[in-house]
Design a protein around this ligand. Structure first.
Ligand code: AMP
Length: 144
């Protein structure tokens, strides 16, 4: 049985960093660096998700357009078709979707509102904890 996203958020917290669509790529890069995160949500109206911008989008924009693109708004390069999940999803569900679709961040929604963010690091941590617990149970079973 894989851990639920709700349990993962209870453990790590529900704080999600967001920026507006007019924020420049340069300012977004500063934010990712300062907060030590790999992606940020672009907030739309009424707490809705307008897009996601990851460090990969900034690197791609610089590679394609040069450093001048850092003055451009994030809306020009963010991904708008954002995959999201609800709190009932599990670590295994997210591991599958992240590996199949090749992204490392999934925002969590409840009643259409952003309530958390799960990164690939959170999924890996949670899987390691599960595997350690299973190993403990097996050891206790064998010893007992
Ligand atoms: P990442 O691996 O999360 O750094 O993102 C790689 C690419 O996928 C970037 O273009 C992101 O904008 C995009 N991306 C990241 N997370 C998501 C998501 N949950 N849904 C759709 N695209 C995403």
């Amino acid at each position: 049985m894989s851990v639920s996203v709700k349990a993962m958020l209870d453990q790590k917290g529900r704080n999600v960093f967001t920026i507006g669509p007019h924020t420049t790529l340069g300012d977004a890069a500063h934010m990712l660096h300062e907060k030590k995160i790999g992606a940020v949500i672009i907030a739309g109206v009424e707490g809705k998700i307008a897009g996601i911008l990851s460090e990969r989008d900034i690197v791609s924009a610089i590679a394609r357009h040069g450093a001048e693109c850092l003055m451009q708004p994030v809306a020009s390069v963010m991904t708008t078709n954002v995959y999201r999940c609800n709190e009932e999803a599990t670590a295994n569900d997210l591991m599958e979707v992240m590996s199949a679709r090749r992204f490392r961040h999934v925002p969590v929604e409840k009643d259409g509102k952003l309530v958390g963010m799960i990164s690939i690091g959170d999924v890996v941590k949670s899987r390691i904890r599960e595997i350690e617990q299973e190993a403990e149970h097996i050891k206790a079973y064998i010893a007992g």
